[in-house]
Design a protein around this ligand. Structure first.
Ligand SMILES: [Fe+2]
Ligand SMILES: [Fe+2]
Length: 159
């Protein structure tokens, strides 16, 4: 298997039915695929080009995590703390690995992108799916509309 073959092909399994989340996740998949592209030439050797891409990727992921956490908080999602901790654990590990990349310790670009991709896909299909189902349930029961009207935060759920 080559890196090119291991890039993520967007799949219906990743669609959770909440447009704002789906849109973010599509961007995150693009971010992961850009990381693959950034190390395709030399997956075992750290280049400045790859380091730059890795730090941009981490910053963009953080931006989406913050948006998702804001949404969870507004919707009084019971799994908020646990879910937020998952984001934080990813950030901690990604930052640690990117430091190790910088100092050429143990880690190589190839393993960083696989870590990134595997975490992302499992997070979307497990934890984000549970969150999306909670929102879908709220929508069905009419609680979502009520809550967003009161908070005037409807824009948060439009893509
Ligand atoms: Fe997400
Ligand atoms: Fe999430």
């Amino acid at each position: 298997m080559s890196l090119a073959q291991d890039t993520i092909v967007w799949n219906n399994r990743y669609i959770l039915g909440i447009p704002v989340l789906d849109k973010q996740h599509r961007h995150m998949v693009d971010i992961a695929n850009e990381l693959f592209a950034a190390c395709i030439e030399s997956p075992d050797i750290v280049s400045n080009h790859f380091l730059e891409n890795a730090s941009i990727a981490i910053a963009r992921m953080n931006y989406y995590f913050i948006k998702e956490e804001k949404l969870m908080a507004i919707l009084y999602y019971q799994g908020y703390l646990h879910h937020k901790r998952e984001h934080e654990n990813f950030m901690g590990e990604a930052l640690k690995q990117s430091e190790e990349l910088k100092f050429n310790k143990k880690i190589i670009p190839r393993s960083f992108v696989y870590f990134f991709r595997d975490w992302l896909l499992s997070h979307i299909t497990v934890s984000d799916k549970v969150l999306a189902n909670y929102i879908l349930e709220m929508r069905q029961s009419g609680r979502l509309r009520q809550l967003l009207e009161v908070r005037q935060e409807g824009a948060l759920l439009t893509a």
